[in-house]
Design a protein around this ligand. Structure first.
Ligand code: G3P
Ligand code: CA
Length: 241
């Protein structure tokens, strides 16, 4: 059965990558959550999609130029007016402390394609180990060398390669990168591709699957999981499919 990952929490209905978005994902029956991480000036792992805070908070500037304490002054829910009050940018540790007592899968996307955050891979892995989440966490990134490094640092933790354009010889490539999964932009995914992936024992989890017809299509293809901003709707569509 295809798993449903709540993309950035329940990002279609709640402020993305905030604790309330993750609580909502659990409440509506998602199988797992997806989140994005960056590093602050003082080396803390924070959960935020962009390299800057401009789009998702009421502040402006690069995440890497603020300490974690400084980032706390900004509201990550400001786009939702007063609907959710004030939400802070969470630490990865807050999410892991919460999720470790929940029956949820976790996908941590390392946002290290534009910025070479020092020791991000090791810091994330140490945190996963601290909360004993190795067996239900998938690490992913558009930076495939970073995923190869994660595999070397912690072979037991699954890694997956994110991509938008189709990969050349994907089954060979994924083996060379020692990854276990592919996280493609959904337009590159066909039923034949899923069949081949299964033959090569590679998990395929396309993004970002919003809207009933696209959800249905991915469920009929029997992809391993989807990332969606609307986990409640995805659960209902999956029941009907
Ligand atoms: O992991 C799937 C998806 O989150 C990748 O794209 O830009 O939403 O982080 P993005
Ligand atoms: Ca992401």
């Amino acid at each position: 059965m295809t798993k449903i990952f709540a993309h950035r929490g329940s990002a279609g209905t709640h402020p993305e990558n905030t604790m309330i978005a993750f609580y909502e994902a659990e409440r509506v029956g998602a199988d797992g959550i997806e989140l994005d991480v960056q590093l602050t000036k003082d080396g803390q792992i924070v959960v935020i999609h962009d390299e800057t805070i401009d789009r998702t908070t009421d502040g402006t500037g690069w995440v890497k130029d603020f300490t974690y304490h400084e980032l706390q002054q900004f509201n990550a829910a400001y786009k939702f007016a007063d609907q959710y009050g004030v939400c802070r940018i969470p630490l990865l540790e807050e999410v892991l402390a919460w999720i470790c007592s929940k029956p949820l899968l976790l996908n941590i996307e390392l946002k290290n394609s534009l910025i070479a955050y020092e020791k991000l891979e090791q810091k994330v892995i140490d945190m996963i180990r601290h909360y004993h989440l190795e067996d239900r966490t998938v690490l992913s990134s558009f930076n495939h060398n970073s995923m190869a490094l994660c595999h070397r640092l912690a072979p037991v933790i699954e890694t997956a390669l994110l991509y938008i354009e189709p990969l050349y010889e994907p089954w060979h490539y994924v083996r060379v990168m020692q990854a276990k999964g592919l996280h493609p932009y959904h337009r590159t995914v066909t039923e034949a591709f899923i069949r081949q992936a299964r033959h090569h024992q590679i998990a395929v989890r396309p993004f970002t699957i919003n809207g009933e017809s696209l959800m249905k299509k991915m469920f009929q293809y029997k992809v391993d999981a989807i990332f969606t901003d609307y986990p409640r709707q995805a659960r209902e569509v999956l029941k009907k499919t």
